[in-house]
Design a protein around this ligand. Structure first.
Ligand code: PEP
Ligand code: MG
Length: 550
């Protein structure tokens, strides 16, 4: 047996034979030295192919709409728009005429140029968009050369293995014959990955070990761990078949809870929102029927790149998330860099105690221009949905006031520049003991609290969350943590504002009853934990039993 790893796109198990995808290669003659085309004829061929490709996108739109919903279907209206994009299409026409070049050569060269400009932005989100340009380019080439794009699957069900899969290829696949797929390239935020998630297809991307020799061999794709087992033993097959059946039973049961209220048997309600770290998680928020986003960890937009994201780049991302989730509320936590998240370009000095150091609002308030870029992007995006923001690692009202002053300044500046802005609610993260003790003063000056239980435990119990040797001392139900949550809720309610729990403890089902009894207003958890929590809440009866356990 061989085990290979990749990045899982969907938690689920697929079992079946592997089918390595072979694409008929389109060979395009290098025309750099020998331009030899009839430009009038090539222009005509190109225009006909472009119109045909636009028609194909419309068909794919309808198929995606029926199988995966309108958000993912919109990928194909974006592709159709790319095929109408003046600059992109003119660059192809110019190459045909100036070469003169064949339509195929001009499409290939111009498509590659456009895709690589975006891919070079060194940003996972934009890299995923460059895959869309590659897809559109490939569609044009398929039409021009008469290549049939529908030949990736065989006659029997299989797990497909490919270098990469374009969104248009994925949506064309016959779901009855598609058990799952594994690609060597791709990213978890690509449209192909999003499609797989919304069509509930187990898939792995970035599986380096994928190779030609796997063709026809039996495999288990375990989306829970991101592992692919090739030639598994009969015993493993038996175990994973049982797990898959259990997964399916459980998913069907949880799906029944979509659209149902988070209400106990005696009528007590609580909100359940989702934690996300980028646009790629929005589909999971929708699929799991979360009420909104209670924590968007925005600092993930700043990682794995050479420079901080620009105002326009951030604006585009926040706008997309807000639009897709409107009218649901999206709470963006302003960037929480430092400690374990230290991108090189921030030039953060080495620290002896990074968790107690230069982190979160401490960075933002001492680098106001850096912070203002994010605040401006958020204010601009606020017009496209219901936006709230909240500031991480506050220790008291002074920092909250400084953050709010900077937000007000950004609003003033944008308005003076004639740039439209929208309303935002402002919240405070309660994740330091100091913030708990100052909760009344904080509550007077904000619209809501979010308790970050991960950090609140770290700082309350002096337990470095990065230090694995401390594990024996970690008690997620430590009485000091529970008392701090209780004090926070009491202070918030004295001032008429709600409290959300957004750390990992929110998804701990052994704590659900305690949160309800303590008066917590909402829980924000990983999208996959939303429905299990709903199930738990709907089985509770608070009229029986006693009060909180602190
Ligand atoms: C927390 O501290 O509980 C929290 C939600 O934020 P993070 O885990 O990102 O620090
Ligand atoms: Mg935190």
């Amino acid at each position: 047996m061989q085990a290979a790893n990749g990045k899982s796109v969907l938690e689920g198990i697929a079992i079946g034979p592997l089918r390595v995808v072979h694409r008929a290669k389109i060979v395009i003659r290098d025309e750099t030295q020998s331009p030899a085309a009839d430009p009038a004829r090539e222009l005509k061929r190109f225009e006909a192919a472009r119109l045909r490709a636009i028609e194909q996108q419309k068909t794919l739109y309808d198929k995606a709409l029926a199988e995966a919903g309108d958000e993912i279907a919109s990928v194909f209206s974006i592709h159709a728009m790319m095929l109408e994009d003046q600059e992109f299409m003119d660059s192809i026409r110019e190459l045909i005429v100036s070469g003169p070049h064949s339509a195929e050569y001009a499409v290939r060269v111009s498509g590659d140029r456009h895709a690589s400009v975006i891919a070079d932005l060194d940003d996972a989100y934009m890299a995923a968009r460059s895959a869309d340009i590659e897809d559109v380019t490939q569609t044009l080439l398929d039409v021009l050369t008469g290549r049939d794009p529908d030949t990736l699957q065989g006659e029997t069900p299989a797990i497909l293995v490919a270098e990469d899969l374009a969104p248009s290829e994925t949506v064309r696949l016959d779901k009855k014959l598609l058990l799952g797929f594994v690609t060597r390239r791709g990213s978890a935020s690509s449209h192909t990955a999003i499609l797989a998630r919304s069509m509930s297809i187990p898939a792995l991307v970035q599986c380096d070990a994928a190779c030609e020799e796997w063709n026809g061999r039996m495999a288990i794709l375990d989306g829970h761990t991101g592992c692919l087992y090739v030639d598994p033993s009969p015993k493993m097959l038996e175990i994973f078949r049982a797990r898959r059946a259990e997964d399916e039973r459980r998913q069907a049961m949880l799906a029944e809870l979509r659209g149902k209220p988070n209400q106990t048997l005696d009528g007590v309600q609580i909100g359940i929102e989702a934690n996300i770290s980028g646009v790629e998680d929005v589909a999971a928020v929708e699929a799991n029927d979360a009420e909104g986003v209670g924590l968007f960890r925005s600092e993930f937009l700043y990682l794995n790149r050479n420079a901080a994201p620009s105002e326009d780049e951030q604006f585009a991302i926040y706008k997309q998330v807000l639009r897709r989730l409107a009218p649901r509320r999206v709470v963006v936590r302003t960037c929480d860099l430092g400690a374990d998240k230290t991108p090189e370009y921030m030039q953060l000095a080495e620290e002896t105690n990074p968790a107690l150091g230069y982190r979160a609002v401490r960075i933002c308030l001492t680098r106001p221009d850096f912070f203002k870029t994010q605040l401006r992007a958020l204010l601009r995006a606020a017009r496209y949905g219901r936006l709230a923001l909240r500031f991480p690692m506050l220790t008291g009202p002074k920092e909250l006031a400084a953050c709010k002053a900077l937000l007000a300044k950004c609003r003033e500046e944008l308005t003076a520049e004639g740039v439209p802005v929208g309303p935002v609610e402002v919240g405070a993260m309660i994740e330091t003991p100091a913030a708990v003790l100052c909760a009344d003063a904080l509550a007077e000056n904000c619209d809501f609290f979010s308790v970050g239980t991960n950090d609140l435990l770290q700082y309350t119990c002096a337990l470095d969350r990065q230090n694995q040797h401390l594990e024996p001392f970690v008690d997620m139900h430590h009485p000091a943590l529970l008392r701090s949550i209780q004090m926070t809720v009491e202070a918030a309610h004295r001032h008429g504002i709600p409290v959300c729990i957004c750390g990992e403890l929110g998804a701990d089902l052994t704590m659900t009853e305690w949160f309800l009894r303590t008066g917590v207003d909402s829980l924000s958890v990983n999208p996959g934990a939303v429905l299990p929590l709903r199930e738990m809440i709907r089985g509770l009866d608070l009229s029986a039993g006693s009060g909180p356990k602190t």
